[in-house]
Design a protein around this ligand. Structure first.
Ligand SMILES: C[S@@+](CC[C@H](N)C(=O)[O-])C[C@H]1O[C@@H](n2cnc3c(N)ncnc32)[C@H](O)[C@@H]1O
Length: 317
């Protein structure tokens, strides 16, 4: 394990953490990951670039940025709403904080029944205004307000899920939390500092093929291959990440592996949790090292299935 605190946020004296709750968030696995990150990330700091093309809440990104000697980072999020949050926090965190504080104040001033109707009001507004947003062209006011709505919905909806229906409308029900933290000002400011010189894109993961340079670390955390046919936690947006997509990703993994000094780590759920005979990933990554880690599967509609499961880690080093 290595801790160098290279980019730790001195002004706040706090470590930036994910500001979103996220299905498949890697926070709980970080401790186990630290022993498996490439050695070149620390010590003489031979690796200077970091890439995370399936960002989500970015647990690994925040850890790596604040504990390793990374000079340049490239992060990518496919979901335009989540992408927008990162851009808004990077460009104008104080504006996001202002909007979010207002939502938080209103929410905490209500009794639980009214909190629920307030949640649905914001959800409606968020869905109704979607058509007007230009995700490619950043407008400070519009984007910071929208980012605040996304964070508000994420902190108050059921299980922090991000799910949309066939029309693209966010449809997660109210979360019934007692006293949720909605606006963590210090953390948002620390997040903004970490994001300062980071390249943020809203694209398909294959964009890394155009970005990755020699001596880099790439971390892939694709949507999970569903454990069984009924589990649908791959619906972060209205996009299906099926086995063909996993194969397309494996081809990118192999291609990047040929670049000098590029270290790659990829995580996924272990299909053997459900079917011992399922060798999908062993076949896909037969040239690489595969390890299994223990993880808690928190988000499952069936409470009985929330126990410990194996998570797969594939490494080219
Ligand atoms: C397992 S999550 C990442 C979780 C993240 N590592 C964390 O700690 O929260 C997978 C992410 O991939 C994104 N995604 C889905 N399809 C994608 C694609 N084709 N290219 C890039 N990202 C995609 C989803 O929007 C989601 O944020």
């Amino acid at each position: 394990m290595f801790i160098s605190n290279t980019n730790t946020m001195k002004e706040n004296n706090i470590q930036a953490r994910p500001f979103l709750k996220w299905a498949g968030g890697k926070g709980q696995l970080l401790e186990q990951f630290q022993f498996r990150f490439p050695q070149e990330l620390n010590g003489k700091g031979i690796i200077k670039q970091y890439y995370e093309p399936f960002l989500g809440s970015g647990a690994v990104f925040f850890w790596v940025m604040q504990n390793c000697k990374i000079k340049k980072a490239y992060i990518n999020e496919f979901n335009p709403e989540i992408y927008l949050c990162y851009v808004a926090i990077q460009k104008n965190v104080e504006r996001v904080i202002n909007y979010l504080k207002t939502l938080e104040k209103k929410y905490h001033g209500l009794d639980s029944a009214n909190q629920e109707s307030f949640y649905y009001r914001i959800r409606n507004k968020y869905n109704q205004t979607r058509q007007r947003v230009n995700y490619k062209k950043y407008s400070t006011k519009e984007c910071s307000e929208r980012a605040a709505m996304v964070i508000f919905l994420n902190r108050t909806c059921f299980n922090g899920l991000y799910r949309v229906n066939s029309k693209g409308d966010f449809n997660v029900p109210f979360g019934r939390y007692k006293n949720p933290t909605i606006c963590n000002i210090k953390n948002l400011r620390a997040v903004s500092s970490v994001l300062k010189n980071v390249i943020i894109t809203n694209d398909d993961f294959a964009i890394v093929q155009k970005q990755v340079k020699q001596r880099s670390f790439v971390y892939f955390d694709p949507p999970y291959r569903p454990l069984n046919k009924t589990s649908s936690f791959t619906s972060y947006s209205n996009n299906n990440f099926d086995d063909k997509e996993q194969e397309r990703l494996a081809a990118v993994f192999k291609k990047l592996s040929q670049i000098d000094g590029v270290r790659i780590m990829l995580s996924n759920s272990d299909p053997k949790n459900e079917d011992k005979e399922d060798n999908f990933f062993e076949q896909l990554y037969s040239d690489f090292k595969i390890e299994r880690l223990k993880a808690r599967r928190m988000i499952n509609c069936n409470a009985l299935k929330r126990g410990e499961i194996n998570e797969l880690l594939v490494m080219n080093y």
